[in-house]
Design a protein around this ligand. Structure first.
Ligand SMILES: NC(=O)c1ccc[n+]([C@@H]2O[C@H](COP(=O)([O-])OP(=O)(O)OC[C@H]3O[C@@H](n4cnc5c(N)ncnc54)[C@H](O)[C@@H]3O)[C@@H](O)[C@H]2O)c1
Length: 574
């Protein structure tokens, strides 16, 4: 039999466990746990070592009492699939299975595994037999079947339901099960509770499972750890005892003194809080999409308009949307709400208007970037088909390496469909799996690839780390993400490296007016999402050029005063 491997991020092969490894692994864990119990530590199992679970596990493992002694021993549990098994040996070496821009993630995991010895990882579900607390951090996806229509999709409950059943089969009756996964509202009481209760009854356990929900608000990026430990939490249990245990646990691991805990009456309220919070954010972002188009067509710089509005503290969370709203949560969470209304609670009517519309707008906003690129190239008399286009930034937001549902992916896909040759640079992303493994990522049937034609060659797309190399001989450059290294690029250097003027597309208000002006002076064409004022800058550059020409040639103006006034007073439809 050929051994199966899980490939680590640097290409190392980790053989998957064989059937008789499970019993040995459980023996190892029993020894570890009995040592830890003798030190008075609570045993916590974190299910799912993904973006949230891996860091949450370390935050819990780092917990200390007032004398500085660790109070928890944490075992991260991860399914031994070919895709994810490597995370277990990785974590047991003290290495983080998630790439984070917050240096505290690496140091905390290393400290807890190798120094404090309060953190380990395993592949066996038997570990649940040893748990005082089981924290559920596995995914609950919402899968969309069309582009720009969230109603055409469904919640993938399978992995969560399966893991809840497994948890109920293994845990001692008094184990607290804290679901942190963002779920369809109603899941804890109407899906998790019946599943677990049934298994408990089969096991002859008469008490109810101690189930509670408390959602994560973790923000990937430089504040990763802080956004778990030093941030407000909401929680609720299915009964008084579950709530009491959840509150006690959260107060021990999170800074609830400075960030007080909100305890809600029922888990559906905690679950709804998460969905409403993210739907609200998705909505305020989507709201600016139409104003972004208005700005482009009427000579308005939406970036400056937003800054002018933000000075009112009642409006200081107005935020420019960039080329679409990515990340794992905002594109899907509203869908979980819609789905729950029908499939958990049994309603037939369509009460949701704003939430689905917002997500649909966000999901397709990036396509407009391809139109701007096409138009800018056309103004330079260069066809888009076969143009070499560089996208700066693959991730969904600034200074993080998370590419899930990034606007950049759609930009690359649409421009490729239109015939362009794409390159990408991102200092935080080594592999853009959405392309490199587009036939299996995020799953075999759900790559965004299926909504576009001519995508096959994109498996060869590699993320360039050398910006100079990426810039050579390009026809267009798309500033897609506000990564730090892109904020102050010098136009003279960019054009010099590229070898000739190019189309410049600003998707995120990255270029200030002086920079835009310089690009025009260098012979580039500039366009931007929500940046209708670029036409004014272009006209000014043209005028200045004319003036210089007139001074030297002493001839008549090339355009009439009337036309000049018309050009400088309003924007253009170009
Ligand atoms: N990523 C974020 O920024 C973020 C922020 C807030 C909330 N959340 C929510 O947190 C939850 C987890 O998100 P994530 O980003 O960590 O997802 P993820 O996909 O990175 O991680 C989930 C992990 O669970 C594992 N898993 C699946 N089934 C399992 C099982 N039966 N047993 C053990 N492990 C199993 C997967 O292999 C994977 O490693 C989601 O509900 C998400 O919406 C995520």
């Amino acid at each position: 039999m050929v051994a199966e491997y899980s490939l680590g991020p640097h290409g190392e092969k980790f053989p998957l466990p064989a059937p008789d490894d499970y019993a040995k692994e459980f023996e190892r864990l029993k020894v570890l746990v009995s040592q830890q119990r003798s030190l008075g530590r609570e045993i916590v199992v974190v299910m799912g070592l993904g973006f949230v679970g891996a860091v949450m596990a370390a935050v819990i493992a780092d917990t200390e009492d007032s004398e500085g002694s660790p109070t928890k021993f944490v075992i991260g549990m991860q399914r031994p699939s070919t895709r994810s098994y490597w995370k277990i040996p990785f974590m047991n070496r003290g290495l983080s299975p998630v790439k984070a821009e917050d240096p505290e993630v690496d140091t905390m995991i290393h400290r807890c595994v190798t120094e404090k010895k309060t953190l380990a990882a395993t592949f066996t579900y038997d570990v649940l037999k040893l748990a005082d607390v089981a924290v559920v951090d596995i995914q609950c996806d919402y899968v969309k079947e069309s582009l720009g229509n969230i109603r055409d999709g469904e919640t993938k409950m399978g992995p969560l339901e399966e893991s809840l059943e497994i948890i109920a089969e293994h845990i001692p009756p008094e184990t607290l099960v804290l679901i942190e996964t963002t779920v369809a509202p109603g899941t804890t009481e109407q899906v998790a509770y019946p599943i677990m209760r049934k298994v408990f009854r089969k096991r002859g356990i008469t008490n109810d499972p101690l189930l509670a929900h408390s959602f994560e608000r973790v923000m990937p990026g430089k504040q990763y750890v802080n956004s778990i430990r030093n941030f407000w939490r909401v929680c609720s249990g299915i009964n008084g005892e579950a709530t009491r245990r959840a509150v006690k646990f959260l107060k021990e691991i999170i800074n609830t003194d400075e960030y007080p805990l909100t305890v809600l009456d029922r888990p559906i309220e905690s679950e709804t809080a998460k969905i409403v919070e993210n739907s609200f954010r998705a909505t305020i972002l989507a709201f600016l999409d139409e104003w972004s188009l208005f700005a482009e067509r009427n000579g308005v710089d939406l970036i400056k308009v937003i800054e002018a509005i933000k000075v009112r503290h009642t409006h200081n969370n107005i935020i420019f949307p960039g080329p679409g709203i990515g990340g794992y949560c905002l594109p899907k969470d509203g869908g979980l709400g819609l789905w729950a209304y029908r499939h958990i609670h049994g309603f037939e009517d369509e009460i949701f208007k704003i939430t689905p519309l917002a997500i649909d707008i966000n999901d397709t906003r990036a396509l407009h970037v391809a139109q701007l690129t096409r138009d800018a190239l056309r103004n330079m008399n260069r066809p888009l088909a076969a143009a070499e286009i560089l996208v700066l930034g693959a991730s969904y937001r600034e200074d993080v390496g998370d590419t899930r549902y990034s606007g950049s992916e759609l930009i690359v896909r649409r421009l490729t469909e239109m015939g362009a040759e794409l390159r990408v640079h991102d200092p935080y992303v080594l592999h853009w799996w959405e392309f490199e493994k587009q036939d299996e990522y995020p799953s075999a049937t759900h790559s965004l690839k299926r909504f576009f034609r001519g995508q096959e060659k994109l498996v060869n797309l590699r993320v360039e780390q050398d910006l100079k190399k990426a810039l050579c001989s390009i026809d267009a450059i798309i500033f897609a993400v506000r990564h730090q290294p892109y904020l102050n690029l010098n136009p003279d250097e960019v054009v010099e490296i590229a070898g000739e003027p190019m189309a410049v597309i600003d998707c995120f208000g990255i270029l200030d007016d002086a920079t835009i002006k310089r690009y025009f002076e260098l012979g580039c064409e500039v366009k931007g999402l929500g940046r209708g004022h670029v036409r004014r800058i272009k006209d000014r550059v043209r005028e200045e050029r004319e003036q210089r020409y007139l001074k030297t040639a002493g001839s008549r103006p090339l355009i009439s005063d009337r036309r000049r006034r018309r050009n400088t007073s309003v924007g253009s439809r170009e």
